[in-house]
Design a protein around this ligand. Sequence first.
Ligand code: EPZ
Length: 418
Amino acid sequence: MGQFVVRGGRRLEGTLRVKGSKNAALPIMAASILASDTVILDGVPRLRDIDVMIQVLQALGARVWWEDSQLIIDPRHINQYVVPAELMQQMRASLFVTGPLLARLGRAVAFQPGGCNIGDRPIDLHVNGLTKLGAQSRTQDGQLLLETVGLTGTEVHLSYPSVGATENIMMAAVLARGETRIRNAAMEPEIVDLAQFLETLGATIRGAGTSDVRIEGRETLHGTEYTIIPDRIEAGSFALAAALTGGQVRLENCLVDHLPGLWGRMREVGVEVREVDAETVEIIAPKQYRRMSISLHTNPYPGFATDLQPQFMAFLLKVPGVHLISERVFENRLGHAREFRRMGAQIAADQRVALIYGGHELYGAQVTAMDLRAGAGLILAGLGANGQTIIEGREVIERGYENLAQRLSQLGADVTTL
Ligand code: EPZ
């Protein structure tokens, strides 16, 4: 396992351009399976998870290659329907290809997905949704086998607004017969991006971004060129890094409206968040954080993003007062509290709730990134700590952040990789 080495105590200053969204790019790449011609994607970040999705598509028979910054997917010769087990184990998002495969080939075979270790992460909502559209499903020796003689539009009510299940069902429904309605759908910006991409392929989707999404099935979809939205989680991570180092950073290619929960919370403790325009924001930390108590709950969009919770916890460690974070999306996503404690943080936490005693000095230590966003939180804590922090699990963090050490260094941080 590689490491990030962070020497703390430097203010971040300057301008940073946010990369394209990992969590929008992954389902859009999977949705390319549905197209009858080449798909050209702009703004796909160069990340480990993207490489895994490229390998999944190639294993299914697609031709996929980079041309400078563009990712080209030629899905015309897709004829395989088994998602290789070793790729599924590396990334949960490999499951996204099951909906498109069912719609295109009438079959999909997948394995129990891996990915970040943040809770049980069942796949029942995906399977139930696809079954409602007319798939037969069974499990055998750890394999999930899905088959259909033809998908038919229907109404699917999700018991929880799962991002991945909403996306998978949308992708299957665009080639189904008739109209599909998804109730209690997830409303994340990544869902809207997927819907817009599918529309450029010729699909008709109404209501994406609300809890009631309607998809009209089509016989075929054509190719397209499409630009992925900026990564709101990357933007939020850099904004919090700027704030906790007492810095001043301008973020470009940042869709300000995509982080409704974050800016308000940052302003509450005295950070100046200047919305320069719809795609540019400036973060200016106060000279000193005033004592106060922050209470934060993660929730599905437009609630506070669970993917920013560890980074926000790192930030709160700098704000004097007693703070509460309650994690409501995943049942086991507070493991980073233990790692923060190695750095001198005063935190009491169980699996769902953490009490943070902020405003105490942090000291460099050797810590471990158990998952991608926890790793980002540890890097942020390292930036605000005295001395050197070594974060084990570089590969985990690089699943979701492109050139992180280099880009933080450009803003004045002292971060290297080993
Ligand atoms: C997406 O995961 C993101 N991943 C996650 O980002 C993000 O944390 C999550 O949405 C929530 O915002 C991608 O987009 C690739 P969910 P997903 O289905 O789709 C339960 C990151 O760090 N659930 O909305 O897997 C589940 O256990 C990653 O970039 C079921 O019970 O999230 C969880 O408690 C990590 N049954 C809740 O729903 C199901 O069938 C939310 O999961 C599916 C989900």
